[in-house]
Design a protein around this ligand. Sequence first.
Ligand code: BTN
Length: 253
Amino acid sequence: MLGCVNEVGCEVRRAQEWTLIENSEVTSTNLVAAKLPVWHAVRADTQTAGRGRFQRAWVSDAGGLWLSAVVPVETNSPAWRMLPLAAGVAVCDALRANGAKQLRLRWPNDILVGDRKLAGLLIDQFQPGLAVVGVGINVCNQPEARDGRLKGHVARLADLVSAVPSLHELARHVLVALHAVWQEVRNAGGETLLPRVNALWHLPRAVRLDLDGAQVTGAFAGVDACGRLQLQRPDGKIKFYEPQDVRLLRDLD
Ligand code: BTN
């Protein structure tokens, strides 16, 4: 791996196919990655305006992994709909490679241990043909101390494994896994991905969907080949939902 410090003080390193830019502080790594070319990524020690899904703020204190990666994708292609799922699987692969066990995905791509959130993903598109995959993983940071509302709801990698990787090493693992999973989906479609995603979701499970106001309950039955969520209603009929229409999926068990 090559490393150099550029004129604005960030470190630029190679990680297999990736060029990884590491900063001490940025507003949001997704916003920095917005201007980067494909297979470039940015990591920051802290974010001053970390962003979560649905315009929520994301606590981004020192000790967590705040990483954004630019991947190729054709907007509205079948692969595009698979990107959130592929990114979730890749992050689980990287976490497992670092010793984390009993991970599960909550649709579409929250990564949980039990009922506590270990990692979240935010996918943005700023340039045609490119998507930014933003990954936030609680590692040694203290999210509950920063925001009391998170108390009892978050997990940290440091509490799950005996050997905690450096943030640089963890970023590298995430990027390498993301490249592998995403290339597989682009080359071969989502057939091999879906069974992995569905296994990580622990199906079927009773859920309530928050459709940004309206609530609907049923049994979560995984996703179809288009990346749509399948919900079996009490009358046995399957209803389909687009990822962007579901604000939150809550387990009822
Ligand atoms: C969520 O679960 O709501 C998504 C959280 C995504 C947080 C990550 S941290 C790195 C990247 N930069 C951001 O501003 N957000 C994502």
